[in-house]
Ligand binder design. Structure first.
Ligand SMILES: C[S@@+](CC[C@H](N)C(=O)[O-])C[C@H]1O[C@@H](n2cnc3c(N)ncnc32)[C@H](O)[C@@H]1O
Length: 225
């Protein structure tokens, strides 16, 4: 994949929420059946909801993109009185003229419009206190160069698909994810591709195939035993 800038177009998905489309790659940021619906199912209900008994949950997201997963996490955390430390990495950050047009705040209820902009406008490379219970660190780094150790309870693995970016779904990358996660921690991803599942297993994870969001039969959840 080439370096900046990626040409992106805004598209409406099946649940009325936006996603982005990259014509050069023929790739969308989310399912066209529903962006919010997909993120809510894969990352919140199949990932975060499992950890809601923990006092503080440390999350690593691979691919910040539109900020939708961070916004849904902020919303879920507020409703369930969770304390979240959210670290996200992104190689191709959105520009203000892109994130300002996204409709997630409006679709989720007007009170989420301002928090959505705060998530985008807060500085990169710093820990930002978005609320007393939600801290956000956005890092402009490449997935292949990160090196965390035993830091996270949950990983949202949300890179572009394995057919578009096969180098990000390899055994060495999943070994880095395995190292970054605490024992008992989990990684969730929308992909259920056989090779992805085999690479996760080879990296030491226990892997479950679970029901996917509407329009997609399966997804994967990997646990560090
Ligand atoms: C499927 S999109 C999802 C993004 C985001 N989670 C969302 O909900 O909008 C994949 C994201 O991974 C980012 N990405 C692609 N290659 C990357 C890399 N090597 N390192 C870090 N991020 C990368 C893309 O720029 C894009 O934002």
């Amino acid at each position: 994949m080439k370096n900046q800038p990626l040409q992106r177009q805004i598209v409406i998905t099946g649940d009325g929420s936006h996603t982005l489309y990259i014509p050069d790659l023929g790739e969308h940021y989310h399912s066209i059946h529903g962006a919010i619906q997909e993120s809510e199912h894969v990352f919140i209900q199949t990932g975060l909801a499992l950890l809601k008994e923990k006092k503080t949950i440390r999350i690593l997201e691979i691919g910040y993109g539109t900020g939708l997963n961070a916004l849904l996490t902020l919303k879920y955390a507020a409703k369930n009185y969770l304390s979240i430390e959210y670290t996200t990495i992104e190689k191709y950050p959105l520009q203000p003229n892109e994130y300002n047009l996204l409709n997630y705040g409006r679709v989720l209820g007007n009170e989420w419009e301002k928090p959505f902009l705060t998530l985008h406008e807060c500085p990169w490379e710093l820990k930002n206190e978005i609320t007393p219970h939600f801290k956000l660190t956005k890092l402009t780094v490449d997935l292949v160069s990160i090196d965390f150790e035993d830091c996270f309870d949950l990983i949202f693995f949300d890179a572009f698909g394995p057919d578009i970016q096969p180098d990000l779904w390899t055994e060495p990358v999943f070994q880095t994810m395995y190292q970054a996660i605490n024992i008992g921690g989990i990684l969730v991803t929308y992909s259920a591709k056989g090779q992805v599942r085999r690479n996760l297993i080879a990296s030491g994870f226990y892997v479950e195939r679970l029901a996917g969001p509407p329009g997609k039969r399966e997804m994967l959840r990997a646990t560090k035993p």
